[in-house]
Design a protein around this ligand. Sequence first.
Ligand code: ADP
Ligand code: MG
Length: 231
Amino acid sequence: MSDAPFVEVSAARKEYAKSGTKIAVFENLDFSMEKGAFVALMGPSGSGKSTLLHAIGGLERLTSGTISIDGRSIAGESEARLSRWRAETVGFIFQFYNLMPMLNAAGNIELPLLLLSLGAKERRRRVEEAADLVGIAHRLRHRPREMSGGEQQRVAIARAIVSEPPLLLCDEPTGDLDRETSREVLEILQSLCRDLGKTILMVTHDPSAAEFADRTFTLDKGQLDLAGMAA
Ligand code: ADP
Ligand code: MG
């Protein structure tokens, strides 16, 4: 079991209906990641990167094929079991942070913990620990609109890791940040991988962001290839 990849996608097919016709975003797609890997996923807009990321995170179902995470198949799970599994297993980080505007940073970071049965004191401890790890502990009382983009993304990363999920799925996490701030965010992701052993899949269109990952795949016309290698 320990030799099996942490993320394993086999014969994945995803189709959407477009004006009555079924269009496959990808089909027969295989993809795997070892535990503790940091993988970048590139490819043109509309190639299905977000679709694949959402499927791996159990936010969207495949049309056919299988996905297993840490040896557990998620395809046939009920919504209730899937959302519980997500809460324990996956942290999501998005381009536009997706913070709740009326909550301060601490309230935003705490949100995933409300799905677990933890006391207020333990929740506060975990929020402070996560905030510390991403260097945002000094902003806990600030609301999103009072923070820069880089600070908001740090809050979003703290929220993603606060329930200690092994897998982080990031969709263009530096897409709205300047170069220097992007570098800071990417270094945080790198250290979460190196120091905490997180497995990270990051969609990006920026080759210099992809360089922070161990490996880069490109998705184009339904084909997934290791970047820099002939297909
Ligand atoms: P990327 O993230 O690489 O830009 P997406 O995964 O968002 O690409 O989308 C891949 C393709 O699937 C696009 O053609 C998009 O229009 C289509 N698509 C994505 N989500 C839906 C949906 N909910 N309904 C219909 N088509 C969708
Ligand atoms: Mg996308």
